[in-house]
Design a protein around this ligand. Structure first.
Ligand code: AMP
Length: 280
């Protein structure tokens, strides 16, 4: 597995693959890799001949009061996992390689990035869209794998690639969960034992809500009930919402033929849990 940390090195390494038109798949990550990330690597492996995994804790997507400094980092452990997973090239840009002195260009995605995470974390999706755009252009990836776990992020990135005519196919990968339903996340390690035991209740609430909405109940009442249940268990929900899957437009009733998702974010102690579920 090749490892590169600056753009000239990355471009030189990708050159020979490009010269023989090998398909390149990219998996953008912030490291602290778990089996959810590795399922993205497996999906990338199946979609292309060359797999590039980026590890970059992107400062522009963290707000001033967010957890950039405590974001977990384990480069040696991550590289060992990537070698085992069949990654061809680990792209580990330094902050200076990604944002050289004088960087002044940002990608803003309107609409889909404005509600939910975008409203709670101002500037977050601009940071995400900017870094993903840069990663697409740096690697020239044909395919890029993103987790459905971060549903709004997936839609924001898809919108940015489409609007900027970047010829990359966005490949969504289903959420990997613990046996009890908790979505894998690098931040789960910050849950206390008691919080860890309660954390799966978020997914349980989403499943109950999805079943009732599919059966014809209005989302507003159903989600207000689940919000109260979660608060009773010690969660502080930021939102629970039924949305149109691609645009994140809020819905109350599921109309026939509409692809929808219930999305949620809730704080449990110091950890913010994000999850979502499709409505079939
Ligand atoms: P992160 O390192 O948290 O920025 O995540 C990198 C990528 O992994 C994103 O596309 C996430 O959506 C994806 N991801 C994170 N957790 C999971 C999970 N439990 N299952 C599938 N994909 C995930």
């Amino acid at each position: 597995m090749l490892i590169h940390r600056d753009i000239p090195g990355l471009r030189a390494a990708l050159g020979p693959w490009r010269a023989r038109s090998a398909r390149i798949a990219l998996v953008p990550t912030m490291g602290a890799l778990h089996d959810g990330h590795l399922s993205l690597v497996a999906a990338a492996r199946a979609a292309a001949e060359v797999v590039v995994v980026s590890i970059f804790v992107n400062p522009t997507q963290f707000g001033p009061n967010e957890d950039l400094s405590r974001y977990p980092r384990d480069e040696a452990g991550d590289l060992a996992k990537l070698r085992d997973a069949g990654c061809d090239l680990a792209w580990l840009p330094t902050v200076n390689a990604m944002y050289p002195e004088g960087s002044a260009t940002f990608v803003e995605v309107r609409g889909v990035s404005e509600g939910f995470e975008g409203a709670i974390r101002p500037g977050h999706f601009s940071g995400v869209a900017t870094v993903c755009t840069k990663l697409f252009l740096q690697t020239g990836a044909d395919v890029a794998a993103f987790g459905e776990k971060d549903w709004q992020q997936l839609q924001v990135v898809r919108r940015a690639a489409r609007d900027l005519d970047i010829p990359v196919r966005i490949l969504p990968v289903p959420t990997m969960r613990e046996a009890d339903g908790l979505a894998l996340s690098s931040r789960n390690r910050f849950l206390s034992a008691e919080e860890r035991a309660k954390a799966p209740l978020l997914y349980a609430a989403l499943r109950r809500a999805a079943a009732r909405i599919v059966a014809g109940e209005a989302a507003g009442a159903v989600l207000a009930e689940e919000d109260a249940v979660l608060r009773g268990e010690g969660f502080v929900p930021d939102y629970l919402a039924l949305v149109e899957a691609e645009t994140l437009r809020p819905l109350d009733i599921l109309s026939p033929g509409c692809t929808a998702r219930v999305i949620a974010a809730a704080r449990l102690g110091t950890v913010r849990l994000l999850d979502n579920i499709p409505l079939d």
